[in-house]
Design a protein around this ligand. Structure first.
Ligand SMILES: *Cc1c(COP(=O)(O)O)cnc(C)c1O
Length: 305
């Protein structure tokens, strides 16, 4: 079975930002993936790899887009998926995952507890433990974003990408290397309360955050994948942080521009063209990775505005 579950997503150039700011902004619309986010790319790569080795059981501990994409891929490939989520996970997301036939177990008050419990089950049962961001198979899958972009547009001057645990970022770096885009600058975005990459990059070593305090829950990894920091040292990287308010406002701006809801995690990247015009000059081309996110109910988003 070589049929791809993830789709080749379109790139649109922003007519709004061209007219208002004379800027050349390209949006890579992974919000249009069947699961609403790029996560499906890595999950498909990972699942197929293990499936071909005979694995039929998978377990994850993400109540967000990683668990959701794993459930989607598992359903279509025909493997069993269990997702352990902490009590903080919304009924909205639990239902979405359960609708795909995955087993959802609520365990622990915070993600770390659900994570340790899922790892224990994995050891006891032999189910494949699936990390939300720290696995070379995920990075390989995510790198297909840049493969597609390289067919769709000329090499951009800058790429803007949100960072949670750094899995997407590793994929972007891998794709840039593959496609000869190494000279492009990468602007990484996080919200101030989830700046695990920003802080680690400044310190030149992995810094573990004591807590996450951000609306952008999909960026809420206390500790980034080591590989993301290592790879970053070989690229031209400019990490920035944005406020929760900017991330939310950017999501609404994007809703107005394209009629699609994205998470504040994605809004963090969209904040650059909308609210940080000084980071982009008029003759530059900028590729913004619209990572998407299905974990946003419109009424929740409205209540945070
Ligand atoms: C997972 C996710 C991120 C962050 O990706 P990492 O690989 O953890 O850095 C950003 N935005 C959305 C919508 C996500 O689902």
């Amino acid at each position: 079975m070589d049929h791809k579950l993830y789709i080749e997503t379109p790139i649109y150039s922003s007519h709004k930002l061209k007219r208002e700011q004379q800027k050349n902004i390209f949006y890579k619309l992974d919000c249009y993936q069947p699961t609403g986010s790029f996560k499906i790319r890595g999950m498909e790569e990972l699942c197929r790899f293990h499936f071909e080795k005979g694995k039929k059981n998978f377990i994850a501990s993400s109540g967000g887009n990683a668990g959701y994409s794993l459930a989607y891929v598992g359903k279509h490939i025909g493997v069993k998926v269990k997702v352990v989520v902490p009590k903080t996970t919304s009924a909205f997301m639990i239902n979405k995952i359960a609708n795909l036939g995955a087993e959802v177990e609520v365990y622990g008050n915070v993600w770390d507890e659900a994570h340790r419990y899922a790892q224990k089950i994995s050891e006891e049962t032999g189910a494949v433990y699936v990390s939300p961001f720290d696995d070379p198979l995920l990075w390989k899958g995510h790198s297909t974003i840049i493969d597609e972009c390289a067919k769709q547009i000329q090499q951009p001057d800058k790429i803007v990408v949100s960072v949670g645990g750094g899995g997407l970022l590793c994929g972007i770096f891998e794709g840039m290397k593959k496609n000869g885009w190494k000279s492009t600058q990468v602007i990484t975005t996080e919200t101030t309360g989830a700046a695990s990459f920003y802080k680690s990059w400044q310190a030149k070593e992995i810094i573990e955050l004591e807590e996450i305090s951000s609306i952008a829950t999909s960026l809420g990894a206390k500790k980034i994948a080591e590989k993301s920091l290592e790879l970053a040292s070989h690229f031209n990287v400019k990490p920035i942080t944005v406020s929760d308010k900017e991330a939310i406002d950017a999501s609404f701006n994007f809703l107005d521009e394209y009629n699609v809801i994205v998470e504040p995690a994605c809004g963090a990247a969209l904040s650059v063209p909308y609210f940080y015009p000084e980071l982009i000059t008029e003759n530059e081309t900028v590729l913004v990775i619209v990572c998407g996110g299905a974990n946003t109910e419109i009424k929740t988003l409205l209540s945070k505005k």
